[in-house]
Structures are given as structure tokens and as C-alpha cells.
Design a protein around this ligand. Sequence first.
Ligand code: 9MR
Length: 479
Amino acid sequence: MRRVRRPARSLALATSLLAGTLAPSAGATHLAPGALAEAAHRVGFHVGAAIDHDLDAARREIAAREFTSATLENSLKWGPLSPAPGVYDFSRADAVIDWAEPSGLRVRGHTLFWDRLNGTPGWLADEVAAAPDPAAHLRQRMETHAQTVVGRYAGRLSQWDVVNEPLAALRGDLDPLNLFVQTLGESYLDIAFRAAHAADPDAELFLNETLVELLPAKFEGLIALVERMLARGVPIHGVGLQGHFLLAPPDPFALRSQLERIAALGLRVELTEVDIPISLFASAPDPLAAQAQAYGDLFEACVSVRACTGITTWGVDDGHTWLDSFFLTQQNAPNRPLLFDASGQPKPAYDAAVAALALRIIDVDVDVAPGDPGYRINPSSRGVVAVAILGADGFDVFDIVPATLGFGPAGAPLAHAHGPHYEDVNEDGRTDLLAHYRTQQTGLSAGDPDACVSGRTVDGLAFAGCDRGSVVERSTASP
Ligand code: 9MR
């Protein structure tokens, strides 16, 4: 058995930042430049920013240093891309993508089909209305558009928001004002995703929706829609929750449960357009610290769900945000909703995001293996649980404090079954270290709802995991 002792890494700082006790003042981060991207890279997570074609060099420099992902804010929308039928101008999109790639950024394509604002060219509705068979005409236009745009960048854009905002603004039904819905009904989503998949079979295809974080009924509509698409075999790989928290800061518990609902469908999920305006915290004693808490909550909700693979803020810094010109929010300008202030300095929210990313590295995997003769346990009397703490860096089973381990609803103590540790090569070809513990409980079986383990690491991180087959459980930071 290989015993690897990786360098100890303290989470105390991260935890106290999340608790707000060390929140620095604006622009006074103690973190090194690039800490955000570094923290994300370390745990295989993406932090992104929306980038427009005319974003200035100073902001691009911040983006390249601090983020791992870029979303095209406007340049790939059908309206700006195609001024007349069959005419495409890729110059703005090319400029962003040609900058992002050598900057080492993952690029998200945004967005193929969106019928609000400038998402669809004006000529399309006129053309569809005049067509002898409007449905056939629109379908053909959509397929050509997907082939032209997704095909052009095939292999370069790893994710696409194939369809944006299909639902009514404040409800869970399809948007009755949407040209695609009016002409093709729900089948427009199938056409869109199938055409995008044909144009780039390797791209991860997302359905991106807004305001669902604040509207539970709309979220249910989204889930039902995605379930129907999956039942029809539509190639959808992820759901994007935009995360424009214009009315209230994120509720971390509700958000996490939404992320888990999407994960349970077997899909990825990302927070794709996040902004949390400072006006939400106007009455707080320290609005920047309160905003940092909200960002910390948001990041923690996502990093604690394995299927949640990225968070993108809708802009780089507070000097350049759509909220300052949006009719509902412009009276609050400056809205200051992002991780960097208008002079490009990291805000307390930045530190909170970095701290929360550190929590990603703990995953607890609990497997019940009753009676497996390989474990040399009497199958009729005792259970065995294998506990693995998996992480890209920093923590493993050696970090468990054995005396803190508890099993089942009563938190019964666990002792090493044999071992103390062994290596296991997982499905990704990565070697995990596991530890087996013996319970006094009889009659255990795989997936037993009571087969839960909790404990603490030497760094004071509380963790908990249950046997759910192959699903990896979350961990929580200790208070
Ligand atoms: O931030 C974008 C702004 O510059 C554009 O004028 C606007 C219309 O195209 O779109 C904004 O981004 C939207 C995104 O594409 C979809 N979700 C809502 C975003 C804010 O309106």
C-alpha cells in the first residue's frame, strides 16, 4: 500500500472568511493576483466572466488572470451576428474567441436561440410570417443557423447555451410571446439541440434560464421541460441557471436543492450569468461584507454539488455591467454587482469566492459492503463501510480524525475494519485512498438510508456522506 502524505493545508482562513470574521475592506485582499483562477483550477472548477467584443484591454487582462472561462456576452447572438437573411458577420465573435483561447480560457457559446431583445434578428419574424409553411421555414432556418454557427467553432467552444429563456418571464410555461414557441411549440427545443449536436457532437449543450432561483414555480416548469426533453432522447447535457439576483440575494439552501434536482436528472449545471447588486445590502452595516457573504453562499452551494461545474459572473468588474443601463436597475447605478470594483480591484466577494472554492476538494464517498468476503468480516453479524475522502489536492483519508467518526442516525462509533487504508483505482483512472470501518450494525445493505458517516478532518472540516450507490456526498465546513 502506498501511503501518501500531502502537505497540510489549513481551511481555518477560508472558514473564517466565510463566517465574515476576516472580511477585508474593498481592494485590500490578502490574496495573490490570480488566486481565483488558481483556486478553481486546483479543484477542476470553472469561474467565468461575460466578455463583450469591445471590452478594453485592462479588463481583458483581469479576465485572463482571474477567470478560467469566458462567455460571449453578445457577439454570438443571432441578431448581431446576422444583419440580413443568410448574411453572417463573425468578426466580433472571432475577436473574442481568438483572444480567449490563447488566454487559456474555456469558452462558452451564448446563445443560439433566444427570442428576447436582440437575440433574434428582426427579419426572421417577418420572413416566417410570410412563408407558406411557417413551421417548415423556421425549422430550416434554425438548422442552417446551428450548422453555420456551432459548426464554425466546432471543437473550440466547449459549452453552448443552445436555447436561452424558453419559459415565460415569470412563469413555468413556455413563453407565449416567443416566435419559436408560437411557430413550432415545444418541438423547437428538440430541433435546436439536435441541430447543435449534429454540428458539434463534442460540445456540451445547455438550456439556459433566468429568474428560476427566485421563482419556485418557474423552476418546476424548467425541470418538467427538461424531463420531457430527456424522455424524447434530446441531446441536452446541462442546465444553466443565470443567477441574476436582482430582487434578493441567493438563498443557499434553496439554491443547492435546485442544483441537486438538476444533478439528479444526470445533467451538469452551471450558474451562468451571476450578478448580486450592492443595493440589496443597502441597510447592512457593511454592504461589501454582506455582498461577500452572498457570493460565498452562492459559491458554496455550487461547489458542494459535484454536477455543478462552474460559475460565471455577468461581466468582469463593477465599471462595466448591464445592470447600470437596464431599465429596472439603472436607477440604482452604480449597481456594483461583481467580484471586482470599477478600478479592477478585487472586492471582499472575491475573497469569499476563493474561500468557498476550497471546500470543493472534499467529497465523501461512503459505500456499504456487508458480508464481502474480501473484507474478512462475518457477513451475518456486522457491516463494513468504506469511507473515501476524494479531492484534487490536500485531503484524504489520513486527514480523518478517527475518534470523530459516527455512523448511522445515532452516530455510533466506528473502528477500522482492517487496513488501515488501501488504494482504489476509480473509473477515471485516478487512485483514491479509502479506509474501511466496521459498524456494530447488522443487516446493512448497499443504499441503506441509514448508512451515513460523519466526522471531522484534522483541519476541522466537518464532513458527512451516505451510501447512495455511486453518488458522492457533500461536505460542510465546520463553524
Ligand atoms: O448583457 C447583455 C447586454 O449587453 C445586452 O444588451 C442584452 C441584450 O442582448 O443582453 C444582455 O445579456 C443577457 C443575456 O444574454 C441573457 N440573459 C439576460 C442577460 C441580461 O439581459
